[in-house]
Ligand binder design. Sequence first.
Ligand code: ADP
Length: 398
Amino acid sequence: MNILVINCGSSSLKYQLIDMENEAVLAKGLCERIGIDGSRLEHKPAGKDKFVLEEPMPDHKVAVQLVLDALSDPEHGVIASTDEISAVGHRVVHGGQAYSDSVLIDEKVKDVIRENFDLGPLHNPANLIGIEACEQVMPGKPQAAVFDTAFGQSMPEKAYMYAIPYEYYAKYGVRRYGFHGTSHSFVSREAIRFANLDPNNCKIIVCHLGNGASVSASINGKCVDTSMGLTPLEGLIMGTRSGDLDPAVIQYICNKEGKTLDEIFNILNKKSGILGLSGGISSDFRDVQKAQNEGNHEAQVAIDAYVYRVAKYIGAYTAAMNGVDAIAFTAGVGENDGVIRGEICKYLTYLGVVIDAEANKGRGENIMISTPESKVKVMVLPTNEELAIARETLALIG
Ligand code: ADP
């Protein structure tokens, strides 16, 4: 049984076709520049050569059709026809407070995705376009929505409420939602399996350290806190996002520089974080580390501040759960960068964390990086959001 996983952006569409018998990726690819000049499809079938198609894609419907054509093409394809696709799983960023689980898509679900356009302005409209494009090209095919916010829905009120007048929560749903939920959910389950923890008695912290970055705390597989908020801007220092900040900074810079709120938020989302702190070197960790190794002060400060913020969140979440059994690192930096992992763990010796320096050199696979005597198990666990979406979709079509 094959599941097609789709992650739709405003001008892009990423996909994977996964055979759920063995969870093997049959093909994956990306449509770029949808609706603008220079549209391009890059299709990678497993065991065959990459196929690139440069053809106009005026809208997502055309893009979905080209993806299906590529998947069933006699030469580059991996299936005979779309009948071999059992269902489609969509990544949907914001489910608001309506969904704490994945759902099969019907008109009501689409209404909820629409109602949450304000909360996920960059993603939800594109996610809905992808869903409707699939409906048009594959009418009647079951489709599931897997929400990035679903995992965070189990947070208690004390964790998700902001200390601002209650009416803003009541009227507009202003609260913390958390994002990267599919990844946090997948990795926390993987942690239970890999570390052989008791699923009914375990406290886990997952550090998703990619370009976007967030930390989650979960007890017995249920999220109790996570670092992103109403939007993905809150929490850790990220590639280009500031993370936590005194809101007064916004007014202060507005006044000093004569900038509008939109301009400031653009700076906080796209020009801050590692990029901003390093004085503009890069949002990519590898570039900033190179500069750090060459003695660049701003690069050093950017990395020190990044590590410090992650360590503080781990400390906070350990307190929130009154203990921690396992800490897992995932995503680009978390999976690949043993130096950053090691620096974060230096703050955690008070928890009895002991890192195996040799194991911590590994990357890109499930690795236990703590020693057997460490009081907390520390792991590298690669995330796989597409597989998580496919598994959720399969569970829904049963
Ligand atoms: P996204 O949030 O875009 O999915 P990723 O999870 O791909 O991001 O993470 C991107 C980040 O991972 C970048 O900052 C990049 O520098 C970092 N990264 C990727 N590979 C390595 C590596 N080998 N060493 C250090 N950092 C890495």
